[in-house]
Design a binder for this molecule. Structure first.
Ligand code: MG
Length: 378
């Protein structure tokens, strides 16, 4: 096979130097190991579920809002374009980006917080760890093993955060959380691409929903600066076109700054290979000025969008649905589909959390109705 990765820098993740898969498999004749990982993620069941999982707005609130699926595609796009500039592995950043939210519950962060609370006395619930469990254990696609059997490097990138207790149980993969080491550049990059994607698309969705106003956004320096540029370049521009042109420029500013700053950091640290990257401090970063602007944007979104009373109402409903379902299943596990009943083996609270975490928004709403609503048609 021709070397598919000969263009990569020495500090990139190279398929041929991968720490490998848990279950040994023979190499593909046409694809690199990270291409295979990316393809396995796309063909997974959990990936298709992302279409009906909330990013900020619940799926039925409108057709044009981001879902976890379109969010993940935007993250992959941003991560790939940065990766190509830095000569790190595009296939690996794409695999990590597309998989990074596979473990998310229905109803976004409200759902995750509710499930974590339900699981408080049973080991808790962490969505990053759940994403890893999806690819390591929960997908059922292969005759010979559970999960997707992805490479160490993709799994390393998926596990963005992890508590010390869980890290200790994960062995090699969890070690960096105990030692304060870094993951590959590809993993660091996917993480910041996630941030670039959601900060910008949440502004766009916030404006589209009417929960954010243009007047409020004027207090955000990064928005104001780019909005002024757009008005100067296109006098009289307004409406959606002005918003899109502004958001587009903000994304570009963040990407260019990340490429330049990271390029300088890499040059200074001069890592000779991926292990030197892991031993160095965080290399993928924004410049201090852009970092501060991005932080101000985040604070704005938190205050005006994520804590908006209409979003809070939806979050409260979501939390109630999750805790009602969890409570009902804990009280009587016979209400669960057989494969989630511990009588077939396993830890009952954990099986319930797998069942709930896998639900799409609308499945959870329907399941809540099936368990709690009494009507003649049932
Ligand atoms: Mg994300």
């Amino acid at each position: 096979m021709t070397d598919l990765e000969s263009h990569l820098a020495p500090y990139a993740a190279h398929s041929t130097q991968s720490r490998g898969r848990v279950h040994a498999e023979s190499a593909s004749s046409s694809r690199s190991e990270f291409q295979r990982d990316r393809d396995r993620v796309i063909h997974s069941t959990a990936f298709r579920r992302l279409e009906y999982k909330t990013q900020v707005f619940v799926n039925h609130e409108g057709d044009l809002f981001r879902t976890r699926l379109t969010h993940s595609l935007e993250v992959a796009q941003i991560a790939r374009s940065i990766a190509r500039n830095l000569r790190v592995n595009e296939d690996l950043v794409e695999a990590i980006s597309l998989a990074h939210d596979l473990g998310h519950t229905p109803f976004g962060h409200a759902g995750q917080d509710a499930l974590n609370l339900c699981m408080k006395n049973h080991g808790g619930f962490e969505h990053n760890l759940q994403s890893l469990l999806v690819v390591d254990e929960l997908e059922e696609r292969y005759g010979g093993f559970n999960g997707l059997n992805l490479t160490f490097e993709t799994r390393e990138g998926i596990l963005k955060h992890c508590s010390r207790v869980n890290a200790a149980a994960l062995g090699e993969l969890g070690r960096r959380f105990l030692e304060g080491a870094q993951p590959s550049l590809e993993a660091q990059l996917a993480n910041l691409a996630d941030e670039i994607a959601y900060n910008n698309h949440d502004i766009d969705d916030g404006l589209r929903s009417g929960l954010l106003t243009l007047e409020q956004l004027d207090e955000v320096p990064m928005w104001g600066r780019h909005r002024a540029e757009v008005t100067a370049a296109f006098p009289g521009i307004n409406g959606r076109r002005a918003i899109n042109e502004t958001v587009r420029r903000m994304i570009n500013t963040l990407i260019v700054d990340l490429i330049e700053t990271t390029g300088r950091n890499i040059a200074a640290a001069n890592p000779k290979n991926i292990d030197a990257v892991r031993a160095a401090g965080a290399l993928v970063a924004f410049s201090p000025k852009v970092h501060e602007e991005a932080a101000a944007l985040k604070r704005f979104l938190f205050r005006h969008l994520y804590r908006h009373y209409l979003v809070m109402r939806m979050s409260a409903k979501a939390q109630r649905i999750i805790s009602d379902l969890f409570g009902a299943f804990m009280q009587d596990s016979r209400l669960l589909p057989p494969q989630y009943q511990a009588s077939h083996g396993g830890d009952q609270p954990r099986l319930i959390s797998h069942y709930i975490a896998g639900m799409t928004d609308r499945y959870a709403i329907r399941e809540h109705r099936r368990i709690f609503a009494v009507s003649e048609s049932d």
